[in-house]
Design a protein around this ligand. Structure first.
Ligand SMILES: [Zn+2]
Length: 365
């Protein structure tokens, strides 16, 4: 069971380890927190920083209410620096690493340590990672670097070997159900959300809070996937066009929603959840993610496996289509969608990514 002051859901072992490092004065120079979208990487990193900076005097416990904890909750603080990809740039820039280095060169202002958190560090290329390596090697004793990534395999072995690695694992189904009960989610959607969230408390939180809208969107995405398989190429391209328009419109609406969410930041922070990754994705990315999970289910059934599937409300359709498509086609779909998602996240042209995907998907009348 996690300590209440951490209010972090899942991966209790990681909280215990960090707590021991902070309380015992054994905080390392560099950590790598990795795990899937919405699993709590950023939240855990911020709680870690809070535990270091907290003014309550209880070693290794972020009180959550002192001025330091409050600041860190917002990703701010004199001795904290958050670094992420600048909007419009494809990568984390080498200059951002130099900025971190300059920040670390000056001794801490109010605490014993200075913390730099790099989000999505897999978005740094080889040169940038090498620059960080130099920072890691020459870092002053008070420096703590925390790298976050979904894809540790994209990091240089030399960077990886210098970090203490914390792999956040997906949260189990029962734990997720308990969490949704704790969130007071609608009982009739608890089971479905536990499955769809696929081990990510961040996604479960969003589904529980904005359930109806998101579940409707998902339903539309899934229905579209089944219909796309029987469309002719020019019809698929029309669909790509419609989807891009939908995405643009949703982005506009998201701006309004972001304002609303900002006022609800405290809510998210209290639940110990990250407010960034799962919420910032565009509609097209979300659709691809629904499709990826759907094809994962199709593939499981096409293999003849009775393993648990994500989209439990689509059982009949999944049975039917997995037979119709067979393993090779479902596997092909999965691979094509995974590739498209990767390209879209790397800031690829959405229309082009979707058109390429629609070219790759098999045609089944
Ligand atoms: Zn505190």
């Amino acid at each position: 069971m996690n300590r209440p002051s951490w209010s972090f859901f899942g991966n209790a072992w990681a909280v215990s380890l960090i707590q021991k490092h902070v309380a015992g004065g054994k905080v390392r120079h560099a950590y790598l927190i990795h795990g899937q979208d919405g699993v709590g990487k950023r939240t855990l990193a911020l709680k870690f920083a809070s535990a270091i900076f907290c003014q309550s005097g209880i070693k290794g416990e972020p009180c959550g209410v002192c001025p330091s904890c409050k600041k860190v909750e917002q990703g701010q603080g004199f001795d904290l620096k958050m670094i992420q990809r600048i909007p419009g740039k494809r990568e984390i820039l080498i200059d951002q690493v130099r900025e971190a280095e300059a920040f670390l060169r000056i001794t801490p202002y109010a605490a014993e340590k200075k913390v730099v958190i790099f989000q999505d560090f897999d978005l740094a290329n080889g040169n940038t990672q090498n620059a960080l390596l130099k920072t890691l090697e020459e870092a002053p004793p008070y420096a703590v670097l925390i790298l976050l990534t979904q894809q540790p395999q994209s990091l240089l072995p030399t960077v990886l070997s210098r970090c203490e690695k914390l792999e956040l694992r997906p949260v189990g189904l029962q734990e997720m159900r308990d969490y949704l009960v704790h969130l007071a989610a609608e009982p009739q959607t608890t089971d479905l959300i536990s499955h769809i969230a696929d081990g990510s408390p961040g996604i479960a939180f969003r589904l529980a809070k904005e359930g109806d809208e998101i579940l409707r969107e998902r339903r539309e995405a899934l229905d579209t996937f089944f219909s796309v398989l029987s469309l002719k190429l020019h019809e698929r391209f029309n669909l790509a066009d419609q989807l891009v328009r939908k995405d643009t419109k949703a982005r506009e609406q998201a701006k309004t929603r972001a304002k609303k969410l900002k006022s609800g930041t405290k809510d998210l922070a209290e639940e110990g959840l990250e407010e960034d990754d799962p919420l910032e994705e565009g509609l097209a990315e979300r659709w691809l993610l629904y499709w990826l999970h759907l094809c994962g289910d199709l593939r499981i059934r096409a293999l003849g496996s009775t393993a648990s599937i994500t989209n439990i409300d689509q059982t009949d359709q999944i049975e039917q289509y997995s037979h119709k498509l067979g393993f090779a086609a479902t596997d092909l779909c999965y691979g094509a969608i995974e590739k498209a998602l990767f390209q879209m996240r790397a800031d690829g042209n959405k229309r082009m990514v979707l058109e390429c995907l629609f070219l790759d998907l098999p045609q089944k009348g």
